[in-house]
Design a protein around this ligand. Structure first.
Ligand code: MRU
Length: 360
């Protein structure tokens, strides 16, 4: 599969005294600038302000954040104190994507199961674990692409929302990995990218990476999706996910639920692509998924331009939940869940996520 991005979305550069390097996604598509984070506070700001974003990429960032937090520890006891502080601090950064907690839990478990190592070895082990989380995510996304590519037929038109591409993951993406894998097989198809108000991840990021990879992409305003479906211009919808409950209810970028309702009304298949690290088996359904609410200014003064009269309130939930019954299938690295229900989710979760030994 071609690598659609010339730079890594996020990576650790150097040894234990190194830094986290990432694409500053707030500057795209105008500029592809790399930034570095050398402390956990700078990393927190980068996640909070969407310099790095997308559920799996946030998970990778959080894992690197733990390394930034613990590396100055001078005793094992101090290392565990710093780890607990980092868990609390980074865990409050963005509440909806479960991959953040998944990665923090994995780092904590890795530390606890190796607490008898000499201090410097324990630190090196945690850096290796964070790098493994990044590498496994790349392999996982590639597998999702392979599992889902057959859903995109020659000549099809696919609608996607937000950015579930290489920028949102370690590499390849989830929804976009499916498209990259179909593209690699020489299949010709068209992608409609919903612009994704208010922060325009679809217009700025999805269009940028698909165009760079040579995939035929057209941006539409979010409000145009219904018309396109009615005109017969959409064959299937594929989106990513931020958190999937045990019954398959799925949180994703605000606007996804509306697309799923529209797809149902027009009898168009609606697929979600996500790694197993996006599932939250602790939640029986989507009602308990925490929905991040962001600053009103993202709506009223998007990209520096005032678009709402002074003093008028704006409501800005960043995610919504699509009920399982509106989802035709969930594409995971372990196969397709179809129909989407608690039994199907349980079956896939039993197999478990990709491990380092499966890395390609
Ligand atoms: O607020 P964002 O840009 O982090 O939201 C991202 C999304 O909603 C993506 O669709 C989701 O994280 C899946 S990324 C593979």
């Amino acid at each position: 599969m071609p690598k659609p991005l010339s730079h890594k979305t996020i990576e650790w550069v150097g040894g234990l005294d190194g830094q986290v390097r990432m694409i500053d996604q707030t500057l795209l598509p105008g500029e592809c600038r790399m930034i570095s984070c050398g402390d956990v506070e700078t990393l927190w700001e980068a996640i909070r302000n969407l310099r790095v974003r997308g559920a799996p990429a946030i998970g990778v960032a959080a894992a690197f954040g733990v390394v930034l937090a613990i590396r100055q520890a001078t005793t094992t006891r101090m290392l565990f104190e710093k780890l607990t502080q980092a868990y609390e601090y980074l865990g409050k950064c963005r509440p909806t994507a479960v991959n953040l907690y998944w990665a923090l839990n994995r780092m904590r478990q890795a530390a606890e199961s190796h607490r008898d190592l000499p201090l410097e070895q324990l630190k090196a082990f945690l850096l290796a674990e964070a790098n493994a989380i990044r590498d496994e995510d790349a392999a996982t996304c590639r597998a999702i692409g392979e599992m889902g590519q057959a859903l995109i037929a020659e000549g099809a038109a696919v609608l996607t929302h937000c950015n579930a591409g290489g920028l949102a993951t370690a590499e390849y993406g989830t929804a976009l990995a499916v498209m990259y894998a179909a593209h690699e097989r020489g299949r010709r198809f068209r992608v409609y990218a919903g612009e994704t108000r208010p922060l325009l991840q679809g217009a700025r990021l999805t269009a940028w990476e698909l165009a760079n990879a040579g995939v035929d992409v057209t941006v539409i305003c979010d409000s145009m999706a219904g018309l396109l479906m009615r005109q017969g211009k959409v064959d299937l919808v594929v989106t990513g996910a931020d958190r999937i409950a045990r019954n398959g209810d799925t949180a994703n970028k605000i606007g996804t639920y509306g697309l799923a309702v529209l797809a149902k009304a027009h009898r168009i298949p609606f697929y979600v692509a996500a790694p197993l690290s996006t599932f939250d088996p602790a939640l029986p359904d989507g009602t308990a998924i925490p929905i991040e609410e962001r600053a009103a200014e993202e709506v009223s003064k998007g990209f520096g331009r005032v678009s709402v009269p002074e003093g008028v309130a704006c409501y800005n939930p960043a995610f919504d939940v699509t009920p399982a019954e509106l989802i035709s299938g969930i594409i995971t690295e372990r196969g397709l869940i179809r129909p989407v229900n608690a039994a199907g989710v349980e079956e896939i979760l039993k197999i478990g996520p990709c491990k380092a030994k499966e890395r390609r």
